[in-house]
Design a protein around this ligand. Sequence first.
Ligand SMILES: [Zn+2]
Length: 463
Amino acid sequence: MRIYNTLSRAVEEFQPMNPPTVNMYCCGPTVYDYTHIGHLWKYTWDDVVRRTLTLMGYEVKHVMNITDVGHLVSDADEGEDKLEKGARKTGKTVWEVANYYTDYFNEAIRSMGISPPHMVCKATEHISQMIALIQTLEKRGYTYATDEAIYFDTSKFEGYGKLAGQKLNEKRQAVRAEVQTDAHKKNPHDFALWFRRVGRFQDHTMHWQSPWGDGFPGWHIECSAMSMHHLGPQLDIHTGGIDHISVHHPNEIAQSEGATGKKPFVKYWVHYNFVQIEGQKMSKSLENFITLNDIVSKGFHPHALRLLFLQSHYRSELNFTWNALEASQKALEKLQDAHAALPARINQHDSFHPLAQEVKDTLAQDFNTAKALATVWSAVKDPALDVQTKRDVLDTANDVFGLALSKDDVENVPETVVSLAKKRAQAKKQGDFATADALRFQINEAGYDVKDGKVGAYTLHKK
Ligand SMILES: [Zn+2]
C-alpha cells in the first residue's frame, strides 16, 4: 500500500504504527449550511481511503468531528461564528441549526453510500477535553492571553508551518496583509484557543465556564482534543481538504505536538483537491454550490455522483459538469446491469483471479480508483472472460467503490417491492402523486415501508 503524504510531498510506503490497526481522523463538517458537492467529494474519499485499507486487511478506526461551535467565518479567527450566522439567517437557535444540518449531512452521506465513521464526535460534547488541552499548552508555555482570547504563540513552536512547506517568515508576510481584529495578538498567525465572551462575542449564544472565564473554544483546538481523546496522541492518517494545508492543519500539529512534547502527531497527511463546477470555482457570488437535492431532483441517483468522483483522482481537481454526471448515470446503470446478469459468487477472496488482484493492486497505489475502474470495464466487456471471474473483479472493486451494485445491498428486499419503489420514485419525480400513493399502498401491502429522505432518495424497510 502506497499513499501520498503531504508532509513529505511524496508517495510513501504505508506503514501504520500498530498494524493491523489504522487510526484515521477526518476533519468533519461545520453544520451551519447544506452539504454541497465539495463536501460530498471529501467524505466520499474518506470512505474510499477507509474501504481500500479494509480491503488490504487493515482494521481502520475512523473518527470524524462535527463542528457545532467556534468556527469563525475565516479559518484565521476573523468574522463571526458560522453557527451564530446560520441562526441569524434562519431565525432558529444555534442548537436547532446544528441539529438540522447535522441530520441533513448524515442523510446526504448515507445516500452516497458512505459508511458512517465509527465515531462521530461533536465539539460541544468535548469542551472539557479542549479546556484540559489548553491548560496543558498553558503549562508548557505555548499560550498568552489578551482581553479577547487565549492564543497559541506560534513563535514558540519550532517548525510551525512545516506541513504547508512555509517558513514562519514567509507565512508572516502572507498573513500581514489581512485585517486583524484583536490588536493584541503577538504574531499574525497566532490563533485563538479560547474566546472570551466579551466585545464582539458578548452575545455569543453557546458559552461555557473555563479557567479563562466564560467563553467558547477556538475551532482548531477541537480536532486536536477530540482526535487525541478518541485515538490517542498519534494518528496514522489524518485527512482534510487542501484548503487546510496552510492554516488548520499546521495549527493542529502545533497544538498536539506542543501538548505531547513533540511526539509526531500524524504519520500520513492525506489532502483532497477542490471541486470546480462547469470549469468555475465554487463561490457565493456564482451561487454554484450544488447540493444532493439539486442532483436528485434532476433525476440522478446519488451513486452516479459517487461514480463520477471515482473516475477522478483525489489529488486532481474535479471539474463537475452536468454532462459528465449524465454519462456517469448511464455508466452506473450499465454496471448494475452487468452485475445483475452474473451468477452468484462462488469464489471467496482467497483465490483471486489475476484481474481481481490487478484491481486490488491498483487501488493500493495511492487509491487509483480511475485505473481500477478501467480494469473493471475491460473485464465486464471481455466476451472471452468467464462469468465467475467477471463477478470476482466487479465485487472486489465494489468493496471499495461502494456503489451497492449487488441486490443483497438493498437489505434483501424482494425484487417486486424494489421495482414498485422505483416506479413510485419515478411517479413522484413526474409530479404524479396519485400514482405514487397507489404504489406506496402496494408496497405496504407487501409488508414494507418506504421512507423518503430529505435528499430525494428513499429506503425500504420491513414493517
Ligand atoms: Zn479539523
